[in-house]
Design a protein around this ligand. Structure first.
Ligand SMILES: *[C@@H]1O[C@H](CO)[C@@H](O)[C@H](O)[C@H]1NC(C)=O
Ligand SMILES: *[C@@H]1O[C@H](CO)[C@@H](O)[C@H](O)[C@H]1NC(C)=O
Length: 452
């Protein structure tokens, strides 16, 4: 619990001593979970997720390629390797082909800004253990010693921050094949050599070097948070690190933590709650529905189209979530043009309708069926009703739940002219819609100013 609570005098003295030392949070969930989420995160709403690493080189199946091939020995992957590579080819042999020769961080940042993203999260280290910066704890298995010979984490961070986009780092706690991790695992996680000698020093290095706005933790599920020393790390992060006041974290800090402890909740990948959650959450999802990393064997029908992305975004925001949309860059450092096209489409939609998204809060009602299904968001004295289906021509357009007053003004975002409307009883209203302009994401927003 934070020490800013009324407390008996003797505790106050202790509190003063502790806060003088900066120890506001103690390394337990009760205290850590009481930390308010820095405000920028809920206001930002839209982020871009990037899965980029050595797995982008085989680019076959998914970013779990190495595991499928040599962990699980999945026949599809084993035979793919047998057919296409010499017998002694190992996974690390892919690293030199991770060239990133076309990687232009400013161009990426420009794309993310045009997509309407307010934060970007890059895989700095996925389960393969390869670090996208020169980690002193990942000798010869990092992007500076091999592959691109470049500080990818640093270069992207500088570029996105130039655009006032917040910068987040994804980090996998576990590594599939790290021998020290495997030895701790063999010991039933009763030894902690991997967190002590590899994970924790590396994570602190990442924080000190890049001062991330967000830590997207993953790969936690095989061991309890006490093995990872997550609460000790988070207490340091929240009390003493250079990002203590701005940093946001998720909930993947040990088996059983998801949806329960940490900063905001991811719960599971692509989490889609049916009722308004009580705790801030984020939906992470991927344009390529089959993979987070780039796949050469990707087909167009396996991708989310723009209306699907807009619908998913709108639903997520109306239910109080943030939307983190993933694309997988290629090993040469390109964002595949089909992903660029999706991101630019999202950006054009947000240019018109973003007022209903950014800095909004959930309303009394999240979704309902009027003339067509609508999703609501609220901000200041306005209710926004987003609809993704054109109503039948010349029908009156009804919204059953909003409460209006005589001074309510109804407009269609992108069109300043006030619309004629009439109240319904006991609540709701009927609106005379103009001809709907074409919408890139096939979604329109009514703004009800002076409604609840
Ligand atoms: C984990 O935290 C405990 C308790 O603070 C500490 O004694 C131990 O040294 C830490 N272990 C590692 C690996 O950092
Ligand atoms: C709206 O209608 C659809 C189709 O009939 C139904 O599946 C959905 O549950 C309804 N949604 C609400 C919020 O009533």
């Amino acid at each position: 619990m934070p020490l800013l609570q009324p407390a008996p005098a003797f505790l106050c003295a202790a509190a003063l001593l502790l806060s003088a030392a900066g120890a506001k949070y103690t390394p337990d969930w009760r205290s850590l979970d009481s930390r308010p989420l820095p405000r920028w995160y809920d206001e930002a709403k839209v982020g871009i997720f990037l899965h980029w690493g050595v797995f982008s080189v085989p680019a076959f199946g998914s970013e779990w390629f190495w595991w499928h091939w040599q962990g699980e020995k999945n026949p599809t992957y084993v035979s793919y390797m047998e057919k296409n590579f010499p017998p002694h080819f190992t996974y690390p042999d892919f690293a030199p082909q991770f060239h990133a020769q076309f990687f232009d961080p400013d161009e990426w940042a420009g794309l993310f800004a045009a997509a309407g993203a307010k934060y970007v999260v890059l895989t700095t280290k996925h389960h393969e253990g390869f670090t996208n910066w020169g980690s002193p704890n990942s000798w010869n298995w990092n992007s500076v010693d091999t592959g691109p010979h470049r500080d990818l984490v640093g270069d992207l961070g500088v570029a996105v921050r130039k655009r006032s986009i917040r910068y987040g780092v994804y980090n996998s706690l576990f590594e599939w094949f790290h021998p020290v991790y495997l030895s701790d695992k063999q010991n039933g996680f009763q030894t902690q050599e991997f967190p002590r000698d590899k994970l924790l020093p590396e994570l602190r290095n990442l924080v000190m070097r890049y001062k991330p706005d967000l830590i997207w933790s993953d790969g936690d599920w095989e061991a309890p948070d006490s093995y990872w020393n997550s609460t000790e790390f988070l207490a340091w992060l929240y009390n003493d690190s250079p990002v203590k006041d701005v940093v946001v974290t998720n909930d993947r800090w040990g088996a059983g933590c998801a949806c329960k402890h940490g900063g905001y909740y991811n719960c599971e990948d692509k989490y889609t709650p049916g009722v308004l959650p009580k705790h801030k959450w984020e939906k992470c999802t991927s344009v390529d529905t089959q993979s987070w990393g780039f796949r050469r064997n990707m087909r167009v029908h396996e991708l989310m189209d723009l209306p699907a992305i807009v619908q998913d975004l709108v639903r997520t925001i109306s239910f109080g979530g943030n939307y983190l949309l993933n694309v997988g860059p290629t090993p040469d450092g390109m964002i595949p043009p089909i992903f660029q096209e999706r991101l630019l489409g999202l950006g054009s939609w947000l240019k018109v309708n973003g007022e209903a998204i950014y800095e909004s809060t959930p309303c009394r009602v999240q979704e309902e069926n009027g003339t067509v299904p609508v999703w609501y968001t609220c901000k200041d004295s306005s209710v926004y009703a987003v609809f993704l289906m054109k109503p039948p021509p010349s029908s009156s357009f009804s919204l059953p739940s909003p409460k209006t007053s005589a001074s309510t003004v109804v407009t269609l975002l992108g069109n300043p002219a006030p619309l004629d409307w009439a109240p319904l009883h006991p609540a709701g209203l009927v609106v005379l819609l103009p001809d709907l302009p074409p919408s890139p994401g096939h979604g329109w927003t009514l703004k009800l100013d002076g409604a609840t």
